[in-house]
Design a binder for this molecule. Structure first.
Ligand code: ZN
Length: 78
């Protein structure tokens, strides 16, 4: 009788461990599904050399974007 009780106890413990692991896996997967607000930098193209660069590093003249002062000035004179 003692052996059967021990086996039942082991089976219950294994079942609880499996349930706990599934719960943790579900918790992690549900956390991953949450939207992560990662805004990729908006890229613009230099009107002079066609280089792509982040918009916050670009220079804007009217509706044209430029990568540097030299290209901005060159673009103005055209
Ligand atoms: Zn450029």
């Amino acid at each position: 009788m003692g052996l059967i009780k021990l086996m039942v106890l082991i089976a219950v413990v294994i079942g609880l461990v499996i349930l706990w692991r599934r719960f943790k896996a579900w918790q992690i997967s549900s956390q991953r599904q949450q939207p992560t607000p990662t805004n990729p930098p908006l890229m613009v193209r230099c009107a002079q050399c066609q280089l792509h660069l982040p918009r916050d590093q670009a220079l804007r003249v009217n509706d044209q974007w430029y990568c540097c002062d030299a290209h901005r000035d060159a673009g103005r004179h055209d």
